[in-house]
Design a protein around this ligand. Structure first.
Ligand code: ZN
Length: 437
């Protein structure tokens, strides 16, 4: 008998869809042999949204997209009762898109979709035009200001982030953020949560980790992003919303344009099509992050308001101010002549922040983000906040700054291994020498 993952049950229950999934693969792909997964739609009753009116083939779209990977990497069949026709016809295109980005998915890894009925779903007419995915970060806010008004619905799905937690202060904060931001741009909003990342698959499914080539491992880590965004599918279908918009994660370094090697790559989002719904062109496809921040600042400056920008992954009421995204965003804001304190970074302190950057503790995975910020600093301009710091950064240059952060990062790792904190004088001498080089 073939190895299978089976979607055994789907139930619409109030504002939730509940799925029961059985793992008959013998590979321990799922966390348990029987997994209960769910999606919850908050604030959806205002739209007259009723899950009970939707066909099973529509309720099944999110979980089908999320589970599809088992038919690409493990030779496992996915067993379903019902599937949307457009989705069914696009499965190969989605697989090809991932395969193109993350290295070749081999045919011998392939399983089938076994389904009883294929259903053609016709999208109803609608007063709404777009779903705009909204996390509160720079890319999402930029997408929001480019698609304002009543025809757009801002949708936040905090669980798409790998580090997100089901409940806690961050969830509450996201509620507040989306409500406030939607008022500012005159749009509607909806918040969705699910337990997909937390409870379905074993962490970076162990078999991929052991047996497959590194790029495929990367897919296993980040390939759930777009499928998880598609939790919005039943809502979009019920309201007849054709087009899904997300902010681009585009990254540039000097003259080289680069797409993030993750779920935000447009090749991937363009491949997802179901029930008459598809992704529109990503917002800000060729707009640098530094320019996006300037656009955001000038849009709200004209209205004389400040909004809260949320970049942090910490499950906390305030942004930490020190993680990569917090630091990057605060620098972007400083370069736009603004005080990060006014744009959601309550803990920002000019002196502390300058010391932090001076000691090379702004750790980026790739030098592109450092290039973007350093390049956006005008050395003939006097900045109202952290002026000395910005001119110092410009003078150091992005390559030197980035390379030194790599050294400092190594040193910090070593110091943890050898417990250097027991010898503070020696540690500080080594540190100073390294930084001076
Ligand atoms: Zn942070």
């Amino acid at each position: 008998m073939n190895r299978t993952i089976e979607l055994a049950k789907i139930v619409a229950d109030g504002d939730m869809i509940r799925y029961e999934i059985h793992d008959n693969s013998g590979l321990n792909l799922l966390q348990k042999k029987k997994v209960d997964a769910w999606i919850r739609f908050y604030h959806a009753d205002r739209f007259g949204f009723d899950l009970n009116k939707l066909p099973e083939s529509v309720l099944a779209i999110p979980i089908t997209l999320y589970l599809l990977r088992v038919t690409w990497l493990y030779g496992v069949d996915l067993v379903l009762n019902s599937i949307d026709k457009m989705l069914y016809e696009n499965v190969d295109a989605i697989r090809d898109a991932y395969s193109q980005i993350f290295g070749s998915f081999e045919d011998k890894w392939r399983g089938e979709i076994r389904v009883k009925e294929i259903v053609e779903n016709k999208l109803p007419d609608s007063q709404y035009k777009n779903i705009v995915f909204f996390s509160g970060g720079i890319d999402a806010i930029h997408a929001g200001i480019n698609n304002p008004g009543r025809k757009s619905v801002l949708v936040s799905i905090p669980d798409v982030e790998n580090k997100s937690q089901a409940e806690g202060p961050l969830r509450e904060e996201k509620f507040r953020l989306i409500e406030e931001f939607s008022k500012t741009i005159g749009s509607n909003w909806l918040l969705i949560s699910n337990n997909f990342n937390k409870d379905i698959f074993n962490s970076v499914e162990s078999i991929v980790k052991r047996n497959h080539i590194p790029v495929i491992r990367q897919y296993a880590a980040v390939g759930k992003y777009v499928p998880n965004l598609c939790s919005v599918a039943p809502f979009a279908y019920a309201l007849g919303i054709k087009s899904l918009i997300m902010g681009s994660g585009f990254e540039q370094i000097e003259n080289e344009m680069k797409w993030a090697l993750d779920g935000t790559n447009p090749i991937i989002s363009n491949a997802f099509k179901f029930a008459g719904i598809s992704f529109a062109e990503q917002d800000g496809l060729y707009t640098r992050r530094s320019l996006k921040v300037k656009n955001i600042v000038s849009t709200f400056d004209r209205q004389n308001i400040h909004i809260k920008i949320w970049a942090c992954f910490d499950n906390s009421k305030e942004q930490c101010g020190e993680c990569t995204k917090c630091v990057r965003t605060q620098l972007n804001i400083l370069c736009a002549n603004e005080n990060p304190k006014d744009w959601g970074f309550a803990l920002f302190d000019e002196k502390y922040f300058s010391r932090f950057i001076h000691s090379y503790r702004w750790f980026e995975e790739t030098p592109g983000w450092v290039w973007d910020i350093v390049d956006s600093i005008d050395d003939t301009h006097t900045y109202p906040y952290c002026n000395e710091l910005l001119h110092w950064l410009k003078q150091i240059g992005y390559k030197k700054y980035y390379n030194r952060t790599l050294q400092v990062r190594k040193l910090m790792k070593l110091s943890r291994v050898f417990k250097v904190h027991k010898y503070p004088h020696y540690a500080s001498v080594v540190c100073r020498r390294l930084i001076k080089r």
